[in-house]
Design a protein around this ligand. Structure first.
Ligand SMILES: Nc1nc2c(ncn2[C@@H]2O[C@H](COP(=O)(O)OP(=O)(O)OP(=O)(O)O)[C@@H](O)[C@H]2O)c(=O)[nH]1
Length: 358
């Protein structure tokens, strides 16, 4: 039942949660119409306001519901939000002031509620927000002047008890409304923050991933080297380059070249995973394998990798690679380690390819 309400009734009444300002605004319109109805009934029953005030409050109920209808179902959100704001600040506040005890009545509470509502619901409507806030804050000034000049037009509560009752009811209603607005605002703030955090995590993952093979890309290399060195690990870097890759592309097409790259990346990833290492595509047909092992064990792993790759079923036969393996020395710079591995890899190429040098 609770879920049904959340999933069906609320979206029907308030619109999509993805449009938070419209959602909040529709909620305010509906709550506002109920509050006006409740105020009209309470004011009439306990004689807390003039009859004119009660009638205006009653009239506002269908008007607000009509505004909700136009905003929710005919998509006049912005114009209806502005109309409602003007209605509340220019009509409801003055009439409430005059018909409900003037400066000693509960209208200041209403002002506060209106101010918070405008500040929250008009978050994206800068100029209108400022206008509404100014109206809500400044409206008591002319009203106070009118009251001082024409004190007789103000409806005053018959007894101090009735005034206290009215102030208390208004305070509770305003407090409740403020609480709802602030909770809604902070929930939305949390949602937006969670969304931003998720997006930044996704963005970071994407920025560190090679789109073709799914391996980490070169952005991961330096931070990984720095981290492993800081942890004082023994580790080796293997620079791997597929052999005669240009002629594979030329002979069998670029798409087939991509298939070979993906097939190699898969095998490389498996080895890295087994040895708790890191596989990286530097770019083109060039890869790096970082393994937390000594030189000899890394070399053996590379031999296994070469055999594994040769055993991979590729449409146009076996592809090989050449690699240079270097172990990180104490105090060695990242670039120096890479250069040693690169030099060894070129030695392997010169030695006829399908070769690993350490
Ligand atoms: N299919 C495909 N080819 C790529 C990609 N990136 C780079 N290449 C190609 O990889 C080839 C690399 O060629 P070379 O640098 O000459 O090296 P090679 O042919 O492998 O020769 P050796 O390294 O000396 O064995 C070029 O033809 C690039 O166009 C890619 O993402 N997909």
């Amino acid at each position: 039942m609770k879920n049904g309400l959340k999933q069906r009734v609320l979206p029907w009444l308030l619109g999509s949660r993805d449009k938070p300002y419209q959602y909040t605004h529709h909620a305010v319109l509906l709550i506002g119409s109920v509050v006006y109805l409740y105020c009209a009934v309470a004011n009439y029953a306990f004689q807390l306001a003039s009859l004119a005030n009660v009638l205006v409050q009653l009239a506002l109920v269908p008007i607000i519901l009509f505004i909700w209808y136009l905003s929710r179902w005919l998509n006049y959100f912005k114009s209806m939000a502005v109309l409602f704001m003007l209605l509340v600040t220019l009509v409801s506040l003055p009439i409430n002031w005059i018909g409900n005890g003037g400066y000693s009545g509960p209208t200041y509470f209403l002002n506060l509620g209106v101010l918070i509502y405008i500040s929250v619901a008009f978050r994206d409507l800068g100029l209108y927000r400022r206008l509404g806030q100014a109206l809500a804050i400044l409206m008591p000034v002319p009203l106070l002047m009118i009251e001082r000049r024409y004190p007789d037009i103000i409806f005053n509560h018959e007894t101090a008890d009735l005034l206290q009752l009215d102030l208390t009811i208004s305070f509770v209603a305003t407090g409740f409304f403020l609480m709802l607005m602030m909770e809604n605002y902070s929930r939305r703030f949390k949602l937006e923050r969670d969304k931003a955090t998720n997006l930044s995590v996704k963005l970071q993952l994407l920025s560190e991933q090679d789109p073709l093979t799914g391996l980490s890309n070169r952005r991961v290399l330096e931070p990984c080297l720095d981290r492993w060195r800081a942890e004082g690990r023994t580790f080796c870097l293997a620079l791997i380059d597929l052999d005669h890759f240009k002629s594979i592309n030329d002979q069998w097409g670029h798409n087939y070249g991509d298939e070979v790259l993906c097939a190699f990346a898969k095998v490389l990833h498996e080895v890295a995973k087994q040895q708790h290492g890191q596989a990286i595509r530097l770019g083109g047909e060039e890869f790096v394998l970082l393994l937390p092992l000594n030189l000899q064990t890394t070399f053996d792993c590379l031999i296994d990798l070469a055999n594994e790759f040769k055993a991979t079923q590729l449409e146009n036969g076996v592809t090989t690679f050449s690699a240079g393996v270097a172990q990180m020395q104490a105090q060695e710079e990242n670039q120096a380690l890479l250069k040693r591995a690169d030099d060894l890899m070129y030695d392997a190429k010169r030695a006829g390819r399908d070769c690993i040098k350490a």
